[in-house]
Design a protein around this ligand. Structure first.
Ligand SMILES: [Zn+2]
Length: 144
């Protein structure tokens, strides 16, 4: 058994499962806001973007080119800030940009690094902690 090499920045990373095309749009198309009905926990700074099995057949589907991966971690992002200004509003009243939806909390993502080789993992609800093995594979994928 080999030692798992996990950089300190990734050691406390949490993952969040999104349906495609949303995960794919974050990884490859500059979607820099994750809309959620709830605020992230304090202390979550590094977010692994996990593409779930499901597909959200929304209006963005047609814009999505390429072959989106499913059941895999597809990107690593910094969760720089979360905004709840528009949470109870039917308009967006903040400066979170074109991806921000009214009535949602806006998780602002920066420094998004798409993984050329996505790391297979099963998705879960909410924020979840990947196994050490998964984190080591993500670290390896970020390096390559
Ligand atoms: Zn906002």
């Amino acid at each position: 058994m080999t030692d798992l090499i996990i950089p300190s920045k990734l050691r406390d990373a949490h993952a969040i499962t999104l349906k495609n095309p949303w995960a794919h749009l974050i990884a490859h198309y500059g979607k820099d806001v994750e809309n959620r009905s709830w605020m992230p926990w304090d202390g979550v700074h590094t977010l692994l973007i996990h593409a779930g099995k499901g597909w959200d057949r929304g209006p963005a589907t047609a814009e999505c080119i390429g072959e989106p991966h499913t059941s895999a971690i597809v990107a690593v992002a910094d969760l720089s800030f979360a905004c709840d200004t528009s949470r109870h509003s039917d308009t967006v009243r903040c400066g979170c940009g074109e991806w921000a939806m009214p009535g949602q909390c806006h998780w602002r993502l920066t420094n998004v690094r798409a993984l050329r080789s996505p790391v297979p993992a099963n998705g879960r609800q909410g924020l979840w902690q990947p196994t050490s093995q998964t984190l080591a594979e993500v670290a390896e994928a970020v390096r390559s």
